[in-house]
Design a protein around this ligand. Structure first.
Ligand code: SAM
Length: 711
């Protein structure tokens, strides 16, 4: 390509990425002299690399490696590629949850439909209350209502994450088994599921998804993996107000609610035989799931009017009523009389393909009033009024899920809105900019938006590589010439519009000379920005980027766009915060402690790497993407010591790794309104000022493990 020519939208040319690793013990590593005066957002490094490489934020234990290997095998199975998967990739790479429960294997008996293998209905797990005195018990309960962000302690939060990953792992295995059966022509349930999945009817799809949920939950129970297997009142450590569940099944997996279908979860009369509860009158409700869109409940964060019998409404299959309404009503009345609060989660419809609804934990509510009235048809209607327990953290906007349809309207009303779309219509989805912090105008950023890379005159852009010979969509990785470069694997699964199964040295995607079309699974990073992103002002990091949508782990978020330049031709590097070195080759070779990734690249590419002169790798990467004056939304993404994105080197149009594209992928599930960050990977003391002195820049990422300095 001629120098200076801008790349057309469809042509995504380079990729790069590399993550640098630092010794776990020290956050420093050496750096070539030419790097020393360049402040650049170089990607991933250090202690975070291990996590990013696994696309996982789990804590390792001895089981991790084996478990990950198994999951990796599963994910790399060709058979999985075209399967619709509901959960995130990293969630499958889970270490086994530590058996912290004394009562693992026991389940409660109750009227909720969950069968028991244990005669005692009550858990004796850590944290469960054992008070025999009703008053003492209640006052303790209310104390526990006053949640704090640290109420659960780190291990509880980690266990929540691990439990969800275990659930997702089972879900994936079930999908895989089902797919195998379909392939082998085995009839039965899998055939039924296939029909439902292939149907265009949302109700059928929902049913198929529920069937898979149910199977995964059965596995959770069979392996004693439910986090809180016993019903209990009050907050559950590790699940704070604002926590978001991505399905009803996740609630059951955690033990937040024992039933994936009904709204109300209660402890039945059998509990009165248990010593701990001998002074209570049962049934008593423990948890309630409501839907923001339902007409028969009025919900705001302080007050809720709940109608246990929604007589005239259409029944949502996710939210069917308990069969015995008066029993539910009795339970709620008992809660009121004994002043026992109920956990409430509220579901908001989601247009994301990832899930049907997002459920937010609103906190503990006390039943204030219960009444019954007769409607015009003579039906008895029960009503209850609930009030949020005082002292709980208030829900913020960030914690209430807005779906894609709602987002633009919300933005419209957004206070501090400075620009409706910084891309000026270039991106398919507008990118607004808000500033609630100060008067800094958008103009001060002084850059021009571009959704594609520009090439500096001095850079000779390589010719397009030969493509694969597939037609339509690449299906068999053993036959696809591009997939063969990835070790005869497709790096992506189709789920949620395409997700990377794990970070790699380099990914070879299909390009302009390939026979396949734009929907090919091996072009996932070429489809532009698919999430509602927003630039916002921070008090101490300048501008930043957050998402308004849920982003599943492994999903491509955006490419780092700017001007492709020769690094040694850069000027005024001291004043440029937007230089991204393309150090793909350095990463592949593990130069300067960069952590090695999965490197299943082809023989010819390996030979090329073998012949690479070590001297070349001792120098600063030859090329960089410089986004000071021209760039896209990626230039506003800040550094974090605990990032939620990672950098992936991608080759699509050409195969010159010196000029690889830089694509940012989600390293974990990212909830709406979270800031997007990646690890810049600066070694400490690597930035030297023009006076020859080391420049120290404080890091304000706010992570618990923050190393306190950006460089
Ligand atoms: C690529 S820019 C990111 C966008 C930038 N915040 C802006 O306003 O344009 C990199 C610069 O952002 C700031 N920055 C990014 N992450 C930071 C962090 N964790 N702590 C402090 N400053 C940060 C630093 O000034 C850094 O040089």
């Amino acid at each position: 390509m001629d120098s200076g020519q801008s790349l057309s939208d469809g042509e995504i040319l380079w990729e790069i990425s590399s993550q640098r690793a630092i010794e776990k013990s020290s956050a420093q590593r050496s750096c070539s002299s030419q790097l020393k005066n360049i402040k650049r957002p170089c990607h991933g490094t250090s202690r975070k690399m291990a996590q990013q490489e696994k696309l996982s934020d789990c804590e390792e234990n001895d089981n991790t490696i084996q478990t990950m290997k198994n999951i990796e095998d599963i994910l790399n199975e060709e058979s999985l590629v075209d399967v619709e998967l509901r959960y995130d990739v990293d969630d499958f790479k889970l270490n086994k949850r530590g058996n912290t429960k004394k009562d693992a294997g026991k389940r409660d008996t109750s009227d909720s439909g969950i069968t028991s293998t244990d005669t005692s209905p009550i858990a004796n797990e850590g944290g469960n209350r054992q008070d025999s005195d009703l008053e003492a018990s209640n006052s303790k309960l209310l104390t526990s209502c006053v949640s704090s962000p640290t109420a659960g302690g780190k291990s509880d939060y980690a266990t929540v994450r691990e439990t969800i990953r275990t659930f997702n792992k089972f879900y994936l295995q079930i999908v895989q088994e089902m797919h195998k059966k379909e392939k082998n022509g085995i009839q039965g349930n899998s055939e039924d599921l296939k029909r439902k999945r292939e149907s265009n009817s949302p109700a059928e799809l929902l049913k198929a998804s529920m069937q898979l949920d149910l199977k995964a939950l059965s596995k959770m129970r069979a392996t004693n993996s439910i986090m809180y297997p016993r019903k209990r009142f009050g907050h559950l450590p590790g699940i704070d107000v604002g926590y978001q569940f991505h399905s009803r099944a996740e609630m059951v997996a955690l033990g937040f609610h024992s039933d994936w279908l009904h709204r109300i979860d209660y402890m039945g009369k059998a509990y009165s035989e248990v010593e701990e509860y001998k002074d209570h009158t049962f049934p008593l409700a423990v948890a309630l799931v409501l839907c923001a869109e339902d007409d028969d409940s009025q919900i705001n964060s302080d007050h809720i009017i709940y109608t246990p019998c929604g007589s005239n409404r259409t029944v949502d299959p996710h939210q069917v009523q308990n069969p015995d309404i008066s029993y539910c009503y009795q339970a709620l009345k008992n809660n009121m009389e004994q002043s026992i609060p109920i956990r409430i989660a509220v579901g908001h419809k989601s247009s994301s393909s990832h899930c049907n609804k997002i459920y937010t934990y609103y906190g503990l509510y006390k039943v204030m009033e219960c009444w019954a009235l007769t409607n015009l048809s003579g039906c008895l209607i029960y009503k209850t009024r609930l009030r949020g327990v005082e002292g709980q953290p208030k829900l913020t906007m960030n914690e209430v899920y807005f779906n894609k349809e709602h987002s633009p309207a919300v933005r419209f009303k957004s206070p501090g809105l400075v620009s409706m779309d910084i891309s000026g219509g270039q991106e398919e989805i507008p990118i607004p900019l808000v500033n609630l912090i100060d008067d800094t105008p958008f103009a001060s950023t002084g850059f021009t938006y571009s959704k594609s890379i520009l090439v500096a005159e001095s850079v000779n852009f390589p010719a397009n590589a030969d493509g694969c010979k597939c037609k339509g969509s690449c299906k068999n990785p053993k036959n696809c010439g591009c997939a063969r470069l990835n070790g005869s694997k497709f790096p992506y699964i189709r789920h949620n519009g395409g997700r990377l199964t794990r970070a790699r040295d380099v990914i070879f995607e299909c390009g302009p000379n390939c026979g396949c079309g734009p929907d090919c699974i091996n072009r996932i990073s070429q489809r532009g920005i698919k999430y509602h992103l927003e630039v916002f002002r921070t008090p101490n990091k300048g501008w930043a980027v957050r998402t308004r949508d849920f982003i599943p782990s492994g999903a491509p978020v955006c490419e780092y766009i700017g001007v492709l330049r020769r690094t040694h031709e850069l000027e005024n590097v001291d004043d440029n915060d937007y230089i991204f070195e393309i150090d793909c080759l350095h990463t592949i070779k593990g130069v300067e402690g960069r952590e090695r990734r999965l490197g299943a690249v082809s023989e010819p590419f390996r030979n090329y790497l073998e012949k690479l002169d070590d001297k070349y790798l001792e120098q600063t990467p030859e090329f960089c993407i410089e986004a000071n004056s021209i760039g896209n939304v990626a230039r506003f993404i800040n550094h974090s010591c605990e990032p939620n994105l990672f950098v992936q080197c991608v080759l699509s149009a050409h195969h010159d790794a010196r000029l690889a594209r830089i694509v940012l992928f989600a390293s974990k599930n990212i909830d709406p309104f979270q800031e997007l960050t990646y690890d810049y990977g600066y070694p400490l003391d690597s930035v030297i000022g023009s006076d020859g002195r080391v420049i120290e820049k404080p890091c304000h990422c706010g992570a618990a493990t923050c190393r306190k300095r950006l460089y």
